[in-house]
Design a protein around this ligand. Structure first.
Ligand SMILES: Cc1cc2nc3c(=O)[nH]c(=O)nc-3n(C[C@H](O)[C@H](O)[C@H](O)COP(=O)(O)O)c2cc1C
Length: 366
């Protein structure tokens, strides 16, 4: 089945992209993912001076299910790429030469000066990458240099920096937004005013994964200390879906969304598409399952399209957005539909008559 989709004039063989991070950390892993069937990849974020990027060990922490030990959440305090820009430029060229039909998106980040952003844009653009993703959203480490989410939390900076890039970019520019903000639509609209053709959302949510009760040290622990880090994996999916739906409803016509956050299988991916994403990105899922997970993503999407009678991936995008409303409207619709029983069952004084878990199950839709 044809799973391709054209986004901002770029034809993606399928909507599944590696999210920026360890899965796209050098040319070898990018090549391996394209061989496995990924439609595209956002490479690990690059900057002009890799020597300023010093990572710590350990830098990951897992949140496990109380029931079966499954990893349901993941914290990282990893920085952007610590590999020299010259090496990256060569690798971008090589990957595009070897995989002309797969879409390679360069994630870029710089300090707050026009010269640096424009120099980085020009250097990377010359390698033949298909699009840019501006990292306005890394929530830890880089913020101490006023980079990453320091920009994404301030709409005026999003607009200004995006406009610096779009002044020299001849390829589409996406802005990747932080969820560590009250209303993600505001800085996203600012990036659009600066010339962004698309919004990627979400980056990680600021978190502390836990505290070791033996040592009393918060984790991940580096020389006895820590910093809050970015939370990802399945636990963040509901928050990411909410933010993507807000973007789906709030962005101007034609501005595209790349959905990210806790996607682990085709079911999750399709949910993001139904709420407005035309591509989806997966980072932690690939770290935990490996690049082969794309087989299930493709098969699951194809089956969903057949089962539901969709003729193209584009037809799925935003299909569930009309079903958002306000609480007041829900009440009105409920009354209008004369769902007398449901209406009565929702009264608060009924809670005392039943076991609380039974009552919770009764009022839950899935
Ligand atoms: C270890 C790790 C490193 C990451 N590095 C980057 C990065 O360099 N640039 C970036 O834009 N996002 C980075 N991210 C964020 C992911 O691309 C993604 O936005 C986030 O993890 C949520 O998606 P997920 O649940 O599929 O991982 C990183 C995430 C993880 C877990």
């Amino acid at each position: 089945m044809d799973l391709s989709i054209t986004v901002n004039g770029i034809k993606f063989p399928n909507p599944f992209l590696l999210g920026s991070g360890p899965p796209g950390t050098n040319a070898r892993v990018l090549a391996k993912s394209f061989d496995a069937g990924w439609g595209g990849a956002v490479a690990k974020t690059v900057s002009l001076e890799s020597s300023k990027v010093v990572n710590v060990v350990p830098r990951y922490g897992k949140l496990r299910s109380r029931e079966n030990n499954e990893v349901i959440g993941f914290e990282n305090i990893e920085l952007i790429s610590d590999r020299p820009i010259e090496v990256w430029l060569e690798e971008f060229r090589q990957v595009k030469k070897d995989y002309p039909n797969n879409i390679l998106i360069a994630s870029i980040m710089e300090e707050y000066t026009r010269e640096r952003w424009q120099e980085l844009t020009r250097l990377v653009q010359d390698t033949g990458v298909d699009a840019f993703e501006l990292n306005f959203s890394c929530p830890h480490g880089m913020t101490e240099r006023k980079m990453g989410s320091e920009m994404g939390e301030h709409p005026d900076l999003c607009e200004e920096v995006t406009s610096w890039v779009t002044e020299v970019a001849k390829i589409p520019v996406w802005a990747k937004m932080t969820p560590n903000i009250t209303n993600i639509t505001e800085p996203s609209l600012a990036a659009v005013r600066g010339g962004a053709a698309g919004i990627s959302a979400i980056n990680t949510i600021l978190s502390v994964i836990g505290v070791n009760l033996d040592t009393l040290r918060p984790m991940p622990t580096v020389e006895g200390h820590t910093v809050p880090g970015g939370f990802s994996a399945q636990a963040v999916k509901p928050i990411a879906l909410r933010m993507v739906s807000q973007l789906g409803l709030g962005l101007p016509e034609g501005i595209t969304i790349s959905g990210i956050g806790g996607i682990e299988n085709s079911h999750d991916a399709i949910e993001f598409m139904l709420l407005g994403a035309s591509t989806v990105q997966i980072c932690t899922g690939v770290m935990l399952q490996g690049v082969k997970m794309v087989d299930e993503l493709q098969a699951g999407l194809a089956k969903f399209m057949t089962d539901k009678g969709f003729n193209s991936v584009q037809e799925i995008v935003g299909k569930s957005l009309p079903y958002f409303s306000t609480h007041m409207e829900l009440v009105k619709m409920m009354k209008e539909a004369k769902r007398h029983k449901a209406g009565e069952a929702a009264r608060d004084n009924e809670w005392a008559q039943k076991d609380i878990t039974e009552k919770t199950a009764e009022l839950t839709s899935n």
